[in-house]
Ligand binder design. Structure first.
Ligand code: F6R
Length: 236
């Protein structure tokens, strides 16, 4: 594991964007696994700048996002599809048909999850997976549990996740209680994994996840088994 401690969010975003951009430069048809939430916003801004400056070409890139809230459609401004369009896809030269976010309004979630995993397989897996981490240790929406779950699946969100994510909604009651998330299989089979975390509130869980025992009670701890993991942490 390559654990990098940086001084602030600006530096974290700069390094994360450099790693993602380098991946695209060396493999223009890269399959990127992407995350939402506040952690990647700074890196996405920097990727947009590089693209608009003509230094980065997303035209052959494919993306697969980690998760989506159950019940929110693409037009809902709290959906992760909306977030991705707003924070990245609308501002770069990517073909939106090559961007995938799980369907939170699927009629048949078993089928949706199977299709999602099969698509990742058909792409030859993810080249670089970007992750944040929840204060309960979740990655994607893989919440603490008795077991690690491999395939894409529907989860009940933990109270701590609902509370943490209520900052994006009008009230805690408005936060969906379920989400569809990529499981550990696609994440752990990614060729490279980059996890970014910032803020003092994440310090304890980052220590547990990367320097404590590997346990499904701290889902991110499974990443200690990944052969090409980079973690960037900033306390500020
Ligand atoms: C988002 C996701 C989540 C977030 C995590 C941290 O797609 O998969 O695991 O990465 O909840 O969220 P922030 O960055 O908002 O602290």
């Amino acid at each position: 594991m390559n654990f990098i401690t940086v001084k602030n969010y600006e530096e974290l975003s700069h390094i994360a964007a450099k790693i993602i951009a380098s991946q695209i430069v060396v493999k223009p048809n890269t399959v990127l696994g992407l995350a939402t939430g506040s952690s990647p916003v700074g890196a996405y801004k920097k990727l947009i700048e590089k693209c608009n400056a003509g230094d980065l070409d997303f035209s052959s890139v494919k993306t697969v996002n980690l998760d989506e809230y159950v019940g929110l459609d693409d037009e809902n401004d709290q959906s992760y599809r909306y977030f991705m369009n707003d924070n990245l896809f609308d501002h770069i030269n990517i073909d939106k048909a090559n961007t995938y976010v799980p369907n939170g309004c699927a009629d048949d979630f078993d089928k949706e999850c199977e299709i999602y995993d099969n698509r990742v397989k058909a792409f030859g897996g993810i080249d670089l997976q970007l992750l944040g981490i929840g204060i309960d240790g979740h990655i994607g929406f893989n919440e603490p549990d008795e077991f690690f779950v491999g395939p894409t699946h529907v989860v009940d969100l933990d109270e701590s996740t609902i509370k943490a994510n209520s900052r994006f909604f009008e009230s805690e009651d408005a936060v969906p209680r379920k989400a569809v998330t990529m499981g550990m299989m696609s994440i752990m089979q990614a060729k490279k994994v980059l996890l970014i975390a910032n803020g003092a509130a994440k310090k304890e869980i980052v220590e547990k996840a990367f320097f404590g025992p590997i346990t499904p009670l701290v889902p991110a701890s499974i990443l200690q088994l990944h052969p090409d993991l980079t973690v960037i942490y900033s306390e500020n």
